[in-house]
Design a protein around this ligand. Structure first.
Ligand code: ADP
Ligand code: MG
Length: 549
């Protein structure tokens, strides 16, 4: 019934089209009524009903393909040889990926062995062509997980609505199995469990560490890795976020960078699992945060003080509502709007983002001559070890990271915050100190999204842009304006508002000094003690599985 698939072994080309690598005719399971012509090119699998050659063939993009496998027929067809293809193309309208699976029977040859080889050749070729290729694996920033890969998965059963396990079994498991990815699953038993395991486990066995939860569990894993004696190699282990929490900002950001539409769970989970199956790994900036009590924390998402951190933490009691808890928390905090007193300073990025259309601090606050508070100049010897101009201290490793060989501070010895001076000293003269000391919100954000449907930093387009986006809202803003800003944030249009109280600038480092100690401060959505802190970006220090940016 079927012709054999053939390949010209010399040229690797079949037929007249130079693009076609394999072609053949097969019946499609389960009906086996119709015969299809299949053509495999470097970018797609074309499928055409043999009886309707004039109709345009259906084309499956190999970029959307998760995997392919060859197998023998079951008891009803013990002599049959098959191959199946599974893909997750995007439905343009809703921005979600949906499974498409095809299974074909190979039956052209009188020799079953030849049919088996044909099925295996098709499956192996599809798998190979569907694996992303990155230029210059050794020197390039991107890389791909090895095949077959083995994952260590941390799942927080309490994340979000407490449905992480069922989300995992319903959406993640089938995709991992189709992509032929093995894993060990650790269901966390308590807060900090994942942090301890990331700190203690031998990591060699795993190709990637995967978090099935919200941003909080990823925060634990990142900090567990950075607290290891071998932090500099441990933090290079590819990480992956599969959103199953209520705060899924990192997952939403990765989804955005890959060019997908903004979606929430379970679509977001499917999109992120698709990236995991593809296995592309990108460098990820991490921000090193030091606090006045001597703690050192590593952050991939945000530092928040004021309105945003209050909403995040005060809405914990509505956790069973999932991401809806943030809307309720926002309404409650808006009704009881507070002012937060303290000082904010930052080191501006050299090249301000061209896309910024909200107020910049220069529009709002004049430079020194016009009344800006400028910090006291610091004697160079006071902060020489941290002085980023001291290029002898900078050792650039792959991924454009800044490492230091000396000057250890608490945690991750050898990794120095070259832009920061100790917190008990004034900031360097290259920094700017914000004139206001009363705020409604201060937010340092380094990803595009602050939640699955909070597109707070549209200027961020990759995991590795070497920048921190600093936003603040100063006291005096009306509730109406604040509501407008947060409503517009869903679509990222808040940057278009000309509100004098809402300020944004791209920075390399920042310092927040709250005057009191009773406010809520968060790092990546996790509460920390309210105290002075400062942070600086370390370019490409971590690695995250993403759509490639
Ligand atoms: P969400 O987005 O829903 O907040 P997170 O991933 O941020 O989800 O996790 C919330 C918190 O749950 C984190 O502070 C984490 O430390 C904690 N946690 C992790 N495992 C457990 C567990 N087994 N029981 C209770 N809390 C846990
Ligand atoms: Mg959280």
């Amino acid at each position: 019934m079927c012709e054999r698939s053939v390949m010209d072994t010399e040229s690797g080309v079949v037929g007249t089209s130079p693009e076609i690598l394999l072609c053949g005719c097969f019946t499609q399971a389960p009906s086996h009524r119709d015969v299809y012509t299949l053509a495999l090119t470097t970018s797609e699998l074309r499928v055409q009903l043999l009886e309707s050659p004039s109709r345009a063939p259906a084309a499956l993009q190999l970029a959307d393909c998760l995997g392919s496998r060859a197998f023998r027929g079951l008891s009803t067809d013990p002599g049959g040889h098959y191959f199946s293809v599974t893909a997750y193309p995007t439905l343009e309208r809703r921005g979600r990926r949906r499974e498409v699976s095809w299974t074909f029977r190979v039956g052209a040859s009188p020799d079953p062995e030849e049919d088996r080889r044909t099925a295996e050749t098709w499956a192996a070729s599809i798998c190979q062509l569907a694996t992303p290729v990155v230029p210059g694996q050794a020197g390039g920033a991107l890389r791909v997980l090895p095949r077959p890969s083995q994952l260590l998965i941390f799942l927080n059963p309490r994340g979000g609505k407490g449905t992480a396990y069922s989300l995992f079994t319903t959406h993640v498991l089938p995709m991992l199995s189709k992509a032929d990815i093995g894993f060990n699953l650790v269901v966390t038993e308590r807060p900090n469990h994942a942090r301890e395991l990331a700190h203690d486990y031998a990591l060699e066995r795993w190709d990637a560490l995967v978090v099935v939860s919200g941003d909080g569990l990823m925060y634990e894993v990142v900090n567990g890795l950075m607290e290891r004696p071998d932090w500099s190699s441990a933090i290079k282990k590819p990480l992956c976020i599969l959103p199953a929490g209520s705060g899924n900002a990192l997952a939403a950001s990765v989804n955005h960078y890959s060019g997908q539409k903004q979606v929430t769970n379970p679509e977001l989970l499917v999109n992120c699992t698709f990236h995991l199956c593809k296995g592309l790994v990108s460098p990820m900036d991490l921000v090193s945060i030091t606090t006045s009590s001597g703690k050192r924390i590593f952050s991939f998402l945000s530092v928040a003080w004021g309105f945003v951190s209050d909403v995040d933490i005060e809405s914990e009691k509505y956790r069973m509502l999932g991401a809806m808890r943030f809307s309720i928390g926002t309404a409650i905090r808006l009704a009881a709007l507070r002012i937060y007193k303290g000082r904010l300073a930052y080191l501006p990025a050299e090249e301000p983002s061209a896309s910024v259309s909200a107020r910049t601090p220069d529009q709002l606050i004049p430079a020194a001559a016009k009344g800006e508070i400028t910090s006291t100049p610091v004697q160079s010897h006071q902060y020489t070890p941290y002085n980023f101009c001291n290029s002898n201290n900078v050792e650039t490793l792959e991924g454009n990271e800044e490492h230091r060989s000396s000057q250890s501070r608490s945690g991750s010895p050898g990794l120095l915050d070259s832009l920061l001076v100790p917190l008990d000293q004034p900031v360097p003269t290259t920094w700017k100190v914000v004139k206001e000391d009363k705020f409604v919100m201060v937010l340092a954000l380094y990803q595009s999204h602050l939640g699955a449907d909070l597109f707070s930093a549209p200027m961020v387009t990759s995991l590795n842009d070497h920048l921190i986006q600093l936003f603040y809202i100063s006291a005096g803003i009306s509730r109406a304006s604040l509501i407008k800003i947060f409503v517009a944030m869903e679509k990222g249009t808040h940057m278009e508002y000309d509100c004098p109280y809402f300020v944004h600038m791209p920075v390399k480092a920042f310092r927040i000094e709250p005057f009191g100690s009773r406010d809520i401060m968060t790092v990546d959505g996790e509460v920390i003690e309210c105290e002075s802190l400062q942070g600086q970006v370390h370019s490409g220090l971590g690695r995250l599985i993403s759509g490639g940016r």
